[in-house]
Structures are given as structure tokens and as C-alpha cells.
Unconditional design. Sequence first.
Length: 559
Amino acid sequence: MSDVSADPTTSQVMSPLECFYYREQHSPDHPCLVQPVEGNYHTYSWAEVASQVRKLAWRLNNMGLDKGSRIAILSKNCAEWLMADLAIMLAGHVSVPIFATAGEDTIRYVLRHADVKLVFVGKLDDGPKQAAAIDDEITTVSFPYPGVKTNYSWAEFSHCDSFTDSPTPGPDELMTIIYTSGSTGSPKGVMHSYSAMAWAGAQAKTDLSLGEDDRLLSYLPLAHITERVLIEMAALQSGMTLYFIESLDTFQRDVQECQPTLFVSVPRLWTKFQHGILHKLSQTKLNILLRIPVVNGLIKNKIRNGLGLSQTKLCASGSAPLPPVITAWFEKLGIEICEGWGMTENAALGTACLPFRKDKIGCIGRPWGGVSLKLSEQQELLSKSPGNMMGYYLDPERTAEAFTDDGYLRTGDKAIADGDGYYSITGRIKDIFKTAKGKYVTPAPIEAKLMENSVIEQVCVTGASLPQPIALLVLSEEAQEQSKNQITASLQQTLNKINGGLESHQRLDHLVVMAQPWTIENDLLTPTLKVKRHVLEERFPEVIHQAYNDKVVWQHDSN
């Protein structure tokens, strides 16, 4: 039995379930989850969440499953996602989150690789097609939203007695298997113990100064490690209230309802926010208004209010590099975006730019508390912390390769550190390619420079076996308001400027404007909006290897 008198505000790191028991007993009436349904916001107290979780756990406990059975959650974020996850822990099983955007092949692979026995199915964009990937012998339970046909509805499954025990899993027991989003190859099942996830949530709570009065909006995939730690685990440790979005169409409404005190996003969304602001107010007019002392503050407040961030104490960005020019642009508006770096394998906690420092824009920050970092002879960033994974599920060989002899995780990122202990990523080791001239090119810094042009929304520098590297790019919404000649001229100017600062073997031969955007749906982006470089290269060899006379090429003109 758990000691439910333990207090998560102490230095003792409590497991997610111990935090759950504490909130159930000491904060039963405090709002825990807020779920919008058809425009109405349903607030669940900790007592209501606990009641639902204990019913789900009772049902799971009476299904005859072996202890430690893998149970998947395939859904967009919602209140039921977290209830199901807690019930899986309470019943002694292992959760396997699956991205709601995952295709049939990925879903089928994860379910079979993890030998999943039951799947909670929730909000999906292509529910029937995705559900077709679930084998008939796997039990399915639906969340209470329109979607796919399952063996049990949410109401049926939870119409039962309550699980009355309050077990405490051992710290080294397996809590979850998180499959990487797969920017290269098949997803890997990253195993995390209760102690790793508990430490990560407690450290996030401490370093971000989170408490019961904080509010966070959960909209990035809970199947991803960052949302799982900074949202779910940190909420259990701090007791803060989590809000969800009803859909992407209601995003702005739901942000306004939440008024988050901490707001975490990804580069592509920060860029969209910027474009949305500039769509209403031109850069020229904005610059003029910001130079007027009294108007300056009014404009900044109006923009923050418009974004729903008027009460936000901390803005953050992760998943991929945020172009420094974007960070600097928001800083002029009084919105300080702290970048962070982490990975599934180290429970998302590697570094963070806390507090924000203008002179450190472009850095990924310093190590979180409890994290030790160092650089190998090859400048690979190595990480060690209580949040490091147990290993890759059913893959001891790859697990052994992931760690150094002294227990540091090989991150695959090349980095440098400055005199203040701030790290900067210089590129992914696997992304570095060799041109036909035998010269190595690191794409990330060149891509960051290209992204400074606001007409570019997505970019991929490639060129293995080409005489010179090239860049494939997708235009932003802002570019749609410009003529083709204007865009070409802007890209030509950017190309000349960038090439002027590169070594001869790094200079881009040309830019290719792609005809279609890269999306999760067409498998060119991961669920966390990272470009799948290898898929681009495999899908568009004729575009990449074709010879062009112009320096700015439009795909639909060249085909």
C-alpha cells in the first residue's frame, strides 16, 4: 500500500501513482482536467478523475491479463487519455502510446512488436482506416467521442466496481514503452521505468516552478515524450490544471479559455503565430508602432492577449531548432521563448534556456537539474541522468550501442558549449552527408539560415553524391500573398547572402520550391513536425538529381 500522506511538495520524488493518491486524498475538489465538448468546457476534479480511473482499473484487473501486459492508447489528447494512462498504471500494466496521426503500417507494427492486448481508441482524423490496423484478437475500448466501432464503449467499460487498492510499483519496474516518431527507419520502443518518469516530472516541476495554480494547455501529442513529461508527469507532481483543445479549428478559442501560465509549442507553430500577426499588421507598421513609447506597451499587450498568452509566465519551444530570427522577433514583442532540448531516450530533459537570455538566442541552454552532459571526441553530445531509458524494447544490441561504457547516452547530436555552459546543436550526425567531391556537409546550420526568410516554412538541405548541396523548400502562407517573381527574387537574394558566408563545398547550387507542402498525412513530417529527410530523398530523386540552369527552381515548372 502507498503512503498517501506523503507530500509531493517535499524533496522526496514520488511515483506518478503516489502523486495520484495524494491528490485524490488532499485535493479532491481541485480542478484536474478541463475538456471541451461541442463548445462546453467540462471540468473534472481530482476526485472525479480518481473515481473514473479506479473503475477503469477494476475492469482491466478483471480481464485476466498477465501483470505487465502492454495496453495501447491511440488517440488525440483528451481528458480520457490521462485517465486511461493512470488506470493502466493502477492495474499493473504497461502503457504504449501511439501517435493519433500514425498510419496503418506504424500502428500495426507497434501493436505487434509490443504484443499489445488492449487498445483505448479515441479522437482520430481517419478513425476507421487506422482502426483497421488493429488485429481482431486485440480488445478495443473507445473514448466517448464519435469515431470507430470498438468492443466496448467508454461507458460500458467503466460501468463496474472501483479498484480500491493503492499499489506502489517498484522504482525499476517498466511503466511505459514510448515508440519514437520515426524520422529514420522503424519506430524504436523506448522503455522508461517509474523512477525515470517520476524524476522527470518532479524535475520539470522544480525547474519550471510549477504549482497548483498553474494552467497548461495539452495539445502537442501525449504520445510524445515532451508532452508526457512536461504536461502529464509535471501535472501529477504539481497538481496544476490541464486543459485540452476540442480540435485544431477551436485552438485559439481553447487557448483563450485556458489562459495558460506555461505555454509549450514547436517551431512550426511559433512560425504560424508570427505569420498570423504579420497578416493583420505589416512588419513596417509594427516597427513604427514599437518605436513609440506609449504605444509600444499597448501593442505588445494586444498581441499577447490575441494569442491567449497574457498570463503566461514562460513560453517554450522544442522538438526541433527554432530559427534565432524568430526567437528575436518575438522577444521584441515581449514574448520570451525559452528553447529546450531532449529526446525520448532521456525523458525529454536534456537542456533548457532557463531563464531566458537574449544573448543566448540560438542555444539549447544548460542542463536541467540532475543532468550531466559532456562532448565526445567527435563532438557528440552525451547525456546522463535519472531519466535515461532502460533500453529499447526487445533490442538489447541497439540498447548496448546507445550507451558509452561509463553510462552516458549517445544522443546522435553534434554540439558545442560556450564559456557559460550553454550548449548549441550543430547538427545530427546521421544527417551529415558527403557530396560527390568527397566533402562533408552539415545541413542544420544552413537550414536555419534559410528559415530566416519568412517566405520559407519548411526546408531540407540535401545532396549526397551531388557536386554541390541543394535545398528543397515549402513556401509559407505569407508567400501566398506575393507574386512568383517577388518570391523568386527574395529567395535568390537569400541564396546569395547565405552562400557568401559558406565554404566553397557547402554552397548551395540551387533552391527547389516544392509543389506540395510536407505534412504528417503524406508521411513527410513526423507527428512532432520534424522533416523526414530520408523519405524526401527517397520520394523525390528526380527532383534532387536533375540538373537546373536557374538558381531558384519551381518543381511544377521543372516536371
